[in-house]
Design a protein around this ligand. Structure first.
Ligand SMILES: [Mg+2]
Length: 273
């Protein structure tokens, strides 16, 4: 059997979209994957769902998400799409699920990789001190013990200066700050999706890696891939990040998710297995 093609993809705003990020309502029927407080937080079109099932049959599809394990499991891809990817990267590379369970060997590698950085408790104290200067920031969440995330939209009063101060204090501790919508992520510099995808590539002997992602947290996966695609309405594209080997969708929102799924299936072709 030939070595597989590995398809590493982000999920939110790449393949699945919240009601807010879906774009103009279209006629395409959708599959709802997640709803919170009556609002759809993850959905995709029926055609995109069928394409992902096809992708999973033809290639080694590895979702690579910043979602925690619990947040990923809530999507219930197996129950709703009939797809159960063998390897899934969660918590921005901090956890590798293999056959649905956290992989202990990868957890040990992550511990070693993150050892030079300050512990999460120390960075939590720094973050709390900075959040005290804002009004109305949400509670800080610890994402699987790997990084910290807090909802602190601009309405909470943060400014570029506030962010710079926080980022500066984090940088001296081996951590970085990434703002995504109204979410502020504070992560160890060495915690990347790319490292986890490279681990899967090494374990499986994949001969080719194809990738898709929308945000700065996907940049390293796209950069290391042999080919990739990013949505035109993504934050990475919006920030002017282009890669010679990464295509850009014509469509936005839910339609971009479908376009990306179709593009990935076409990349894998009939010889993915
Ligand atoms: Mg995303």
């Amino acid at each position: 059997m030939r070595a597989p093609v590995l398809v590493a993809t982000d999920l939110d705003r790449t393949l699945v979209h919240s009601a807010r990020a879906a774009g103009p309502p279209g006629a395409a029927p959708v599959v709802r994957l997640e709803q919170r407080r009556g609002v759809v937080t993850a959905q995709l079109t029926h055609r995109a769902a069928a394409l992902l099932a096809e992708l999973d049959r033809r290639a080694l599809w590895v979702p690579a998400t910043t979602r925690t394990v619990a947040e990923y499991r809530r999507l219930d891809l197996e129950g709703r799409l009939g797809v159960a990817p063998r390897c899934v990267v969660c918590a921005n590379g901090g956890v590798l699920l293999v056959d649905g369970e956290p992989d202990g060997d990868w957890a040990a590698v992550v511990r070693d990789r993150l050892a030079p950085a300050a512990p999460i408790g120390e960075v939590g104290t720094v973050l709390a001190r900075h959040l005290d200067r804002l009004d109305g920031a949400g509670p800080v969440r610890d994402a699987d013990g790997c990084f910290l995330v807090v909802r602190a939209g601009r309405s909470a009063g943060w400014s570029a200066g506030w962010l710079e101060d926080l980022a500066g204090e984090c940088a001296t501790r081996g951590w970085r700050v990434v703002v995504h919508g109204d979410k502020v992520h504070v992560l160890p510099v060495a915690l990347t999706k790319g490292a986890a995808v490279a681990e899967v590539r090494g374990r499986t002997g994949a001969r080719r890696v194809v990738a898709a992602g929308d945000s700065p947290l996907d940049a390293d996966v796209l950069e290391a891939a042999d080919a990739g695609i990013q949505p035109v309405d993504g934050r990475l594209h919006g920030a002017g990040r282009r890669f010679a080997h990464v295509a850009v969708t014509a469509a936005a929102g839910l339609a971009a998710g479908e376009e990306i799924a179709a593009w990935l299936v076409a990349q894998v072709g009939g010889d993915g297995g």
